[in-house]
Design a protein around this ligand. Sequence first.
Ligand code: AMP
Ligand code: GLY
Length: 428
Amino acid sequence: MNVLVVGNGGREHALAWKIAQSSRVDRVFVAPGNAGTAEDAENVAISPSDFPQLIKFAKQNHVGLTVVGPEAPLAAGIVDALQAEQLRVFGPSKAAAQLEGSKVFCKNLLRNADVPSADYHAFRDAESAARFVTDRYPDKDQEVPLVVKADGLAAGKGVVVCSRREQVLAAIERIIVDREFGDAGREIIFEERLDGQEASVLAITDGRTIVTLTPAQDHKPAYDGDQGPNTGGMGAYCPTPLVDATMLAWIEEHVLVPTVHALKRSRRPFSGVLYAGLMITHQGPKVLEYNVRFGDPECQPLLMRLRSDLVDILEATVDQRLDELAPLEWDPRPAVCVVMAAEGYPGKYETGQPIRGLEQAAALPDVKVFHAGTRLVDGQVLTSGGRVVGVTALGNSIPTAKLQAYTAVKYIRWPGAWCRKDISDKAR
Ligand code: AMP
Ligand code: GLY
């Protein structure tokens, strides 16, 4: 069978790498891919938003399964488009992808399903949003524990965690009035600000059976000690001791199962990866957000540890027979992924820098360098994005895996390259 992976980040490199290891797979294509996927699979120059070209390619190249990495094509209906052409595709429908595509939809569903989550209020216009804050917090110097979110997809950037009234008012201005995130800012949400550690619990579901993966932890702020602006994720590791087996069972029962049922009841049956972004508060885990795909970079350490054939899992999901799947097998060793980024990320950054040391890093035992923002030009690997590579390593303990990942990081160089130095430290 031939498989097509849609996307071009570190997550898609990890997916293509793992899928290529399946004995049942002949060729793995990645559209459009990066320099890393060019090595482990075959790149195809088609954009993830060009559904007609993807369909044409899948038909001409006998693609038996398409796997969609990023949220944007899912929210735009790529799964519906491919299914309408009798193509098999892993991922949720456009209707189900609203769980990530609209925070208002997600919050309403969570409230109706009684899933623990932050209290919220939704607004359609700047005046009523501003009135709400000034009425509730009349003193301009008092603590205002609110999080302001744009309703739609904003690449992780449409969220502002506030503590002062003027921050909330400035966020309303940026999101609704200036439309900094475009149509994503048509509606706005205020959430109660939660405190605690964050964890990512990803599960694969066909709408009936839920297979939970080992809990992971992402590092969203740019700099060490969780300082600086939010990014797509500067590193991840799994399993995280922040979610033990008892808590994971609780999350399945009180978060994942009611969510899958609520989606089915609202005639949006969910198939694919259900990713719960959780805050572990004093009152227990609460959902911060849902994503409808593998996390990036969580996918990289997760797949590094997965011993089962990923294609079996993906196909069982698409064919709605996850209940027949054997329990997943994992490498018992933890995995740590450190993202190396371009100077300036998550703000403006330069591209086109030649990357050195990739081969030396990859030659280390138990290390895999997943490419994200890279491209191959005349045989040379150049930077082409903000998050450039995700250096991932296995180790007998989390500190050992961390050490091995950072040992590999030292070999990889380009002008301005940087990374967080504390990935996985919260596990201690
Ligand atoms: P989201 O895209 O909704 O996951 O938000 C991005 C980041 O903002 C999360 O990873 C959290 O660090 C933070 N965040 C979101 N919602 C809340 C909340 N209700 N309380 C505290 N922090 C939050
Ligand atoms: N790692 C966060 C995300 O994939 O949204």
